[in-house]
Design a protein around this ligand. Structure first.
Ligand SMILES: NC(=O)C1=CN([C@@H]2O[C@H](COP(=O)(O)OP(=O)(O)OC[C@H]3O[C@@H](n4cnc5c(N)ncnc54)[C@H](O)[C@@H]3O)[C@@H](O)[C@H]2O)C=CC1
Ligand SMILES: Nc1nc(O)c(N)c(N[C@@H]2O[C@H](COP(=O)(O)O)[C@@H](O)[C@H]2O)n1
Length: 277
């Protein structure tokens, strides 16, 4: 297998220092032993949009913050998206930083495990999907797909397993009365039990908005958001969690970050913070 550095991204050591306090510990220990260290990270426009429309792959990050995101990928065991993102983007979800597996070194060290929430196995992937191309090139791992089906489609399962991926079956949570959502506690516990000590949740809108609610906020250990100097306009996929109200019925902010730091990064700014003190 050729180990080709030509298309690798560079992320200099000097730029890594500021991120360190916001990242999973290097020794692999986690704040809670049964849960992965969970980072919420995405790129947004000034009008809080992730993409121009649900089906549109939209570039927001400039070159420096894109390299930063790939460094984040190298520092997490898993990278999680929803099926809407898989369908829209045909993403690679690998790490293309110089020096990680497939980009200047052997094996898959530094390559995160893609995890796709796809309750009803809607994602119609094939050998040609970007993720599997990268697997064949030794530049990425096959996905784990989280489904609520107890028997996922056999053909898709076969293809996944051929590349070392798998379906993970989880029951829908109904204790909150929401029969359409996988419970984040169950999901993260399951991923930890499958060996992921850290997970970065990358999107899209439904995934992020379902995590940014009071009952799950404490599961997020770190938030790292790239803000690009652009407005995408109406009709975009937006990060806007459900409204909250105080005891008197007045609207209050849905979520607020603490311990916030801002870092200019090329034309973008990267915001790091925590959902709790
Ligand atoms: N700018 C950025 O950093 C990113 C942008 N995106 C963009 O976001 C767009 C896709 O976003 P969305 O359409 O909102 O799709 P999505 O990626 O959030 O997936 C939504 C689907 O995932 C499943 N899902 C999510 N949470 C679930 C839960 N808790 N339980 C059960 N099922 C769950 C449901 O089937 C839902 O329809 C794409 O255009 C993509 O390019 C995606 C990731 C990052
Ligand atoms: N950090 C960031 N900046 C952007 O501008 C983006 N559009 C995204 N999107 C996310 O990255 C995935 C694509 O990854 P590959 O380049 O294919 O590996 C995409 O699916 C979104 O999750 N992120």
């Amino acid at each position: 297998m050729a180990l080709d550095k030509r298309d690798a991204l560079e992320f200099p050591e000097s730029d890594r220092v500021f991120l360190e306090p916001h990242l999973p510990r290097q020794d692999g220990t986690t704040p809670r032993s049964d849960m992965p260290f969970t980072t919420l990270t995405f790129a947004t426009s000034l009008d809080s949009a992730l993409a121009l429309s649900p089906g549109a792959r939209t570039t927001l990050s400039g070159p420096q913050s894109k390299a930063m995101t790939h460094y984040l990928r190298s520092r997490h065991d898993g990278i999680l998206i929803g099926v809407g993102t898989a369908l829209a983007d045909d993403p690679g979800l690998n790490c293309r930083i110089a020096g990680v597996g497939g980009y200047g070194s052997e094996g898959l060290i530094g390559q995160p495990r893609p995890v796709v929430i796809d309750s009803n196995a809607r994602w119609d992937f094939s050998e040609d999907s970007k993720l599997f191309q990268l697997c064949r090139q030794g530049r990425g791992r096959a996905p784990w797909i989280v489904t609520t089906l107890s028997e996922p489609p056999a053909e898709k399962q076969k293809l996944l397993e051929k590349y070392g991926g798998r379906y993970i079956s989880l029951q829908m949570k109904n204790s909150t009365g929401d029969h359409h959502r996988i419970d984040w506690n169950d999901l993260l516990l399951t991923l930890r039990s499958h060996g992921l000590q850290s997970v970065m949740v990358e999107g899209g809108g439904h995934v992020i908005n379902s995590l940014l609610v009071p009952q799950y906020m404490s599961l997020i250990d770190s938030v790292i958001v790239t803000i690009a100097p652009t407005w995408l306009g109406e009709g975009g996929v937006v990060v806007s969690p459900p409204r909250r109200f105080d005891g008197e019925g007045n609207a209050i902010s849905a979520a607020r970050l603490r311990n916030v730091k801002w870092y200019p990064f090329g034309e973008d700014v990267v915001l790091c913070g925590q959902t709790q003190s």
